[in-house]
Ligand binder design. Sequence first.
Ligand SMILES: C[S@@+](CC[C@H](N)C(=O)[O-])C[C@H]1O[C@@H](n2cnc3c(N)ncnc32)[C@H](O)[C@@H]1O
Length: 565
Amino acid sequence: MADYSALSKEELLALVGKLDAQKKYGLVWEADRTKEVFEADLHASIPFLSEVTKNNLVLGKELPNNMFIEGDNYHALSVLNYTHQGKVDVIFIDPPYNTGNKTWRYNNDYVEGDDTFKHSKWISFMAKRLKLSKNLLTDDGIIIVSIDDYEVHTLRFLLDEIFGENNRLGTLSVINKKSGRSTDKFFATSHEYYYFYAKNADLASIGMMESSEETKQTYKLADEDGSYKWRDFLRTGGFSTPEERPNSFYPIYFDPKSKKIAIEKFPNAVEIFPIDSKGKKRVWRQTRPSLMKLVGQGAILIEETKSGWKVRIKDRIKMVVKPKTVWDSPLYDAATHGTKLLETILNKPRAFDFPKSVYAVRDALSVALNGKDDAIILDYFGGSGTTAHAVTLLNKEDDGNRKFIICTNNENNIASEVCLPRIQNVINGVVGLEEITGIPTNLFYFKTSFVQKSISLDETRIRVSENCHELIKIKEQVFETIEGNDYYSIHRSEVKTVGVYHSIDLSEISVLKKKIQKFNGEKVLYCFTLDNFGLNLEEFDDLSNVRLEPIPQSIVDIFEGLADV
Ligand SMILES: C[S@@+](CC[C@H](N)C(=O)[O-])C[C@H]1O[C@@H](n2cnc3c(N)ncnc32)[C@H](O)[C@@H]1O
């Protein structure tokens, strides 16, 4: 312990002040001692994206435009803060679990189980990325984070801090290995967790889930309105006593011969009270008027059993139910619908050790999307590309237009040898897997790159401007480049044309203006200016119906704002 007796009164007061200001409850970690190597460089360079056109797959203008970003997700998320702020509907991430088994590299070294800073490193790593990605969510957006036992506790604190405890929608246990992991020393792990957080729980909503096969099988009877089973009309459990529900305590009259059911006494009728097997007074599930309605619908059955008269109600199957917190389906088995599926798609063994079941991800997305079929879904720990695959499956089900943005680094060639080929094969189709592959969609491939800042602000602006074409294409969703030269470029989609004038030499601007003006549909012109206040609009008087956007200061501002996250 430190020798406080040697400190002066001023030093002690300063120390007490510092301790007073420290957080009293919540997550505390060694942030200063666990910085990432690139952090020292954050103020010196600006992240960009370079398109790798040979990896693109463009199958049709009407199809969803998806993005693949290869690189560190910190940089990818920084770029997305320019192109996608407030636009992402659902984020699904499956970060490294920090198991200490050579599964996660931090600052280029594996984090070992006995590393004293292992939790701090992981929290530092996650905190920065979660903060950057929160900006990307729509106001009603939802983030799903999967995790296992190693960091579930720290992640909960971190997500509470960044998204707010009140925005936690649920903590799910997803059974991904029902038989349990036999290599575990004590308990055999059979599940992992999915945290669901909203950006704002007041605006968010979640979807229902289809009833499980197990539940469906209990509804063995059927009539013209569908499957049903007979359920006890006697209410037990909470709020089931006459004191609590006086209107539901009454006798039912029943004639076993004529099968007549009534709430008034009549000749030959037996009187049936809601009494349970222990002789305790209970109540019926419905009041008198509701009972009579059900009788009219043929939805009440009374029969004599060994323990007396039983009143039953027709219980119809609910095809969809509120999602439960335990997800248990053979479809969520990671070995079958993750590892084996990946092997089949890539036609090679053990391509990646930790793919999730594509159906677990599909169902998690489906719940978080709640019917949105034109949504943007982001996964910035893409791995083998399960999330991208799951998005295509959802689109296949309802002909939706959901788009994915998948980002992964290229550790052990996961981007180039696993994730990209998987997505390509899912799009193009694999023989024998017709149900879940051969789902046409467009893919645009980018790599993170950097522009060094200059000590001259104007020089930095020039460099940013010269490199911003990809960012603007992505921001405006115009992926087809139809022209490009030293002064400007033109990009198009089905509905929009975007011109980018990046050069400080404005001698060709009138040419670009004329070209842009000729296109039909929405038109946008991004134009270089060194002026902080934007473009001089008088110089664009000759344009009509063209949205004007100044560059590059708006881009520089975004990155300046992020450098200290
Ligand atoms: C647990 S895996 C995700 C697996 C994925 N859900 C699947 O089903 O295939 C985490 C992935 O994130 C990648 N990764 C780790 N750190 C990253 C970083 N800083 N930037 C981008 N990707 C990263 C790793 O290469 C790894 O493939």
